[in-house]
Ligand binder design. Structure first.
Ligand code: CP3
Length: 345
């Protein structure tokens, strides 16, 4: 199917390409789900991963924040562990906890037991993306995947972790197993992104949420080449690539060099500090997600500072510095969206 003609004028796609924009485009990480009452109603009695495998639900949940806020881009409703589930890894997403893996990956044999992903594993993703692209019209859809380090952390730890100790122990102490695992996940992520782009996604985001646990030296040597392979594969499909992590103030330059068109910045690093680090790339971010709990005029004053700082970058996509916090008042996000979209440039 040919791309919708209005996509060419999308402020989001213009900003990520570094072209002039009529307004600063805005979307929110975790805009779909959790904080929306219409989401919570729809999800009653349906498991998280089950909902990701039902195209009708994926389309509806992805559309909910687009209808409510009129954001400049949609983020595909799925999860970073969904492709692992699809190839047969025994895992679940536990409410309030996150992904839990039944048999953590520790040996080369464990890695080799994970199948590579083919489009036949995820026909429901193709169906959901096609349905969405039809409904979204001129609003671009952002596809996504988890980056090798962040996904490896769930596989090796068996669940969420603060310090990623077992994961980094494998990286430091068993480089052959680590290399095989990172290659395996990179291949799955690249194939998963290709399915989404082939079905009509306009851009992709690679989430390396937990990369901030690494020193620049370890990131460069043991993680960056694998993320770079995923980003290069997405680049060959011709779509812009966003690369995001949390607590990555000392990695922003490398995350750009890994092959990103846009570097996502969390709220701890002022954009004024981030922009020189990423060079001739666009930035995405980075309002502190807790500012939505402040009075509206406090929130919008800080949003204005973010927009002003973003002017120095090749392009700027407004976002929160991490995902929407579940207790967020949707009306406050609606006010924030309107403020950003009407802020004079
Ligand atoms: O709106 C969107 O962002 C789209 C959907 C999306 C989800 N997960 C849905 C989800 C996206 C882009 C993700 C990515 C994701 N998943 C990341 C990277 C982004 C980030 O936040 O740093 C990570 C690390 C995961 C792993 C994961 N899955 C976590 C940490 C959790 C939260 C656990 C919790 O409940 O506190 C999940 C579950 C999850 N993923 C939910 C949703 C809507 C909640 C599921 C539920 O309803 O119980």
């Amino acid at each position: 199917m040919a791309p919708h003609p209005d996509l060419a004028q999308s402020a989001f796609l213009q900003a990520v390409r570094g072209e002039p924009v009529s307004h600063t485009p805005v979307w929110f990480m975790r805009q779909a789900g959790r904080s929306l009452p219409e989401y919570l109603r729809l999800r009653e009695g349906v498991g998280m991963l089950e909902s990701c495998m039902r195209p009708d639900m994926v389309v509806e949940i992805t559309m909910q924040p687009v209808r409510r806020y009129g954001v400049d881009a949609a983020i595909f409703f799925s999860d970073i562990v969904l492709p692992l589930k699809a190839v047969g890894v025994d895992l679940d997403i536990k409410p309030g906890v996150g992904p839990v893996v039944a048999q953590p990956v520790r040996t080369l044999a464990d890695v080799e037991a994970i199948p590579d992903l083919t489009p036949d594993h995820v026909p429901f993703i193709t169906e959901a993306v096609r349905g969405l692209v039809g409904e979204l019209g001129g609003t671009p859809l952002i596809g996504f995947a988890g980056a090798p380090f962040t996904v490896a952390s769930y596989l090796v730890e068996g669940g969420p972790s603060k310090d990623h100790a077992r994961t980094k122990a494998m990286m430091f102490g068993a480089p052959d197993v680590w290399d095989a695992l990172m290659r395996k996940i990179a291949g799955i992520a690249a194939a998963y992104l290709e399915v989404q782009v082939a079905a009509g996604a306009s851009a992709v985001q690679l989430f390396d949420s937990w990369a901030g646990a690494l020193t620049p030296g370890d990131y460069r040597a043991s993680v960056m080449p694998h993320s770079a392979r995923v980003l290069a594969a997405a680049g060959e499909l011709g779509v812009p690539r966003i690369h995001f992590g949390v607590g990555t103030s000392n990695l922003l330059g490398l995350m750009g060099e890994a092959g990103a068109d846009v570097v996502g910045v969390d709220w701890r690093t002022p954009l004024a500090t981030a922009v020189p680090q990423v060079g001739d790339r666009a930035v995405q971010g980075n309002l502190d997600p807790t500012l939505v709990f402040a009075p509206t005029e406090v929130m919008t004053a800080r949003a204005a500072e973010v927009i002003e700082a973003g002017r120095a970058a090749r392009g700027h996509v407004f976002n929160l510095g991490h995902g929407v916090i579940p207790a967020t008042d949707p009306d406050q996000l609606a006010r924030l969206t309107e403020f950003v979209q009407t802020y004079p440039l």
